[in-house]
Design a protein around this ligand. Structure first.
Ligand code: SAH
Ligand code: SF4
Ligand code: F3S
Length: 473
């Protein structure tokens, strides 16, 4: 998470193979499926729902694509590059399909929703196309496709939340898990394809969220990240109890499960994060002091064209408020460089809002026009690619400096760290994160610790992406 991602890096590194725990008995399952996820955390969480649906039908997961009867790609449409990555990956399955009779290839997620049956025309090897709200129909679609017919279900729903499905945890570290709390998005940011691929916003049943979080804690998980495109607009009416549950109340109830369960959330639209949420964060030590607060641009004129509904000044006041109520809060952001009509002075406004907000890290992209969006219909994508790239590079450079400065400020401080596992580079070191979502690496020493334990770590050094420390107790 601490990696500073450019457009290229983000689209290519968020992919990953996933597998569900499966039995050694080769006869237990009718078929084996392999699933690979692209895009945002929502997609990764959805793949766990898909795994659960398929498991119940007797399909077993495999991490070896060669032995799969079903290959699924859970796809992303957010930028053109993300779609190209998926198309390229599909071509790699062509040979495999020729050699393995009866093998089916399915496309899930946002690209499936955007392209619908056009996908089948454009990519001949695809047999199944399923949108994000139609995963319950997967078993039938697989049967249909096994009979030689192409199968499509891209119906969007006003109420599907998969509330009753217990996700099968894929590629999990056993410490942190994602929990979807809502689906869809009602905002109409002019650049964004998500409202078209994910449909209307709907909040998941409160009790089912609490249930899932409790189950995770009982299974040994120590951290849950509550997921939604705009978590702060979570809103659930409990008809029986005559109670309205806001995001602040949901956060509180999850935090009360146990002080040993860390709570994170993503993403917050700046317009919706309330004082009530900030006060709740400040009140509970186990709600992490970290907010991903995507600004997109620092120019009020561009923000208006983007339909973000806040101005530069309003956003800056929100950052002030966060720092006032939660002084040590980590803040990160997303940026789009080179949106329609962006002038040099708008770009300078973006660089200066970065300095003002002092982001700990950011995800940075250049504008990619998406078919069907408001911006595509209304505005010309008029910034030349070289200018977009140069501006993006300048944003990346400022962020790199800000990240290093932010990390240097932590030298000498101590943090409570949740151990997530071995450090990638050295198995004699642990890797974990502090409340602010910064990665800390430190020697294991002679302490009797395991992943999922909390430990107090003093920071002695840092790089731009990582804090380096030692165990204090
Ligand atoms: N719901 C989240 C964003 C989800 S998309 C929010 O509102 O913050 C993640 C990020 O992708 C966005 O914040 C934006 O920075 C980027 N993004 C979305 N559409 C894009 C486009 N057409 N071109 C480039 N970047 C885009
Ligand atoms: Fe897209 Fe805006 Fe919704 Fe985020 S809030 S998913 S950027 S429309
Ligand atoms: Fe991509 Fe869909 Fe997420 S477009 S970013 S996978 S909601």
């Amino acid at each position: 998470m601490l990696d500073l991602m450019t457009d290229k890096v983000q689209d290519e590194t968020r992919q990953g193979e996933a597998f569900a725990p499966f039995s050694n008995d080769p006869n237990q399952y009718k078929k084996r499926f392999y699933i690979e996820s692209y895009g945002c955390q929502m997609n990764f969480a959805d793949s766990e729902v898909v795994a659960s649906i398929l498991n119940k039908e007797g399909f077993g997961a495999t991490r070896n694509v060669e032995e799969a009867d079903l290959i699924f790609l859970n796809t992303c449409s957010i930028r053109e590059k993300a779609e190209q990555t998926v198309r390229k990956r599909l071509t790699e399955f062509r040979k495999l399909k020729e050699n393995r009779k009866g093998m089916l290839v399915g496309v899930l997620g946002c690209m499936a929703e955007r392209l619908k049956s056009k996908f089948l025309e454009e990519e001949k090897l695809v047999d199944i196309v399923v949108g994000p709200d139609a995963y319950r129909s997967l078993p039938e679609l697989v049967i249909e496709a096994s009979g030689g017919q192409k199968a499509v279900n891209v119906l969007l729903s006003r109420d599907e939340t998969y509330a009753d499905i217990s996700p099968v945890r894929l590629d999990s570290n056993g410490v942190s898990a994602f929990v979807s709390i809502m689906r869809g998005c009602n905002n109409m940011c002019s650049f964004c394809v998500v409202p078209f691929t994910r449909g209307r916003e709907r909040s998941r049943d409160f009790e089912s969220i609490i249930h899932e979080c409790k189950d995770l804690f009982q299974a040994g998980y120590k951290e849950v990240t509550l997921l939604g495109q705009n978590v702060d607009s979570y809103y659930f009416v409990d008809e029986a109890k005559k109670e309205t549950i806001t995001f602040a109340r949901l956060l509180e109830q999850v935090a009360l499960i146990s002080p040993l369960l860390r709570v994170r959330f993503s993403t917050s639209h700046p317009k919706d994060i309330t004082d009530e949420v900030l006060h709740t964060m400040a009140k509970y030590e186990n709600i992490c002091n970290y907010i991903h607060l995507p600004v997109q641009s620092g120019s009020s004129r561009i923000l208006q064209l983007m339909n973000r509904t806040y101005t530069r000044e309003w956003y800056m006041a929100k950052v002030d408020r966060i720092r006032q109520l939660i002084p040590d809060c980590g803040i990160s952001s997303d940026f789009i460089a080179g949106f329609c009509t962006e002038e040099e002075k708008d770009h300078q406004d973006t660089l200066s809002i970065m300095e003002y907000s002092r982001y700990d890290f950011s995800y940075m992209f250049f504008y990619s026009e998406r078919p069907g969006t408001l911006a595509q219909r209304r505005y010309k994508d008029d910034i030349p690619a070289e200018v977009k790239k140069r501006r993006l590079q300048e944003i990346v450079e400022v962020q790199n400096r800000l990240s290093l400065e932010s990390n240097k400020k932590d030298i000498g401080k101590t943090f409570k760290v949740l151990i997530e596992g071995d450090s990638k580079k050295n198995e004699k070191e642990w890797k974990g994160r502090n409340s602010q979502n910064k990665v800390i690496v430190f020697p294991k020493g002679n302490h009797d610790l395991k992943k999922g334990d909390y430990v107090i770590v003093k920071v002695n050094d840092c790089t731009q992406a990582t804090l380096l420390g030692e165990i204090i107790k």
